[in-house]
Design a protein around this ligand. Structure first.
Ligand SMILES: [Zn+2]
Length: 78
């Protein structure tokens, strides 16, 4: 897994919460187009966020988020 991919996963978390600056969001999207593993991770996280929002619970518990991020990182490095 590339170092910039770790940064991207971090930025992605902010993006999903609507807290990422527009210029960062643009470079993040560019990276996703060039990096299939990150694209798959982003898709997974976006789906998860939609699922959580549907359940009327905007905040994902920290423990769950850590588990998901750990899963994504393990998955991307295999
Ligand atoms: Zn990447």
């Amino acid at each position: 897994m590339k170092e910039e991919c770790n940064d991207l996963l971090h930025d992605l978390d902010h993006l999903l919460h609507g807290e990422l600056a527009a210029d960062k969001a643009a470079s993040l999207k560019q990276h996703l187009e060039d990096c299939p593993p990150c694209f798959e991770s982003a898709d997974f996280q976006a789906q998860l966020k939609a699922l959580v929002a549907k359940r009327c619970c905007e905040d994902v518990p920290d423990g769950l988020k850590a588990r998901i991020l750990g899963f994504l990182q393990d998955d991307a490095s295999s």
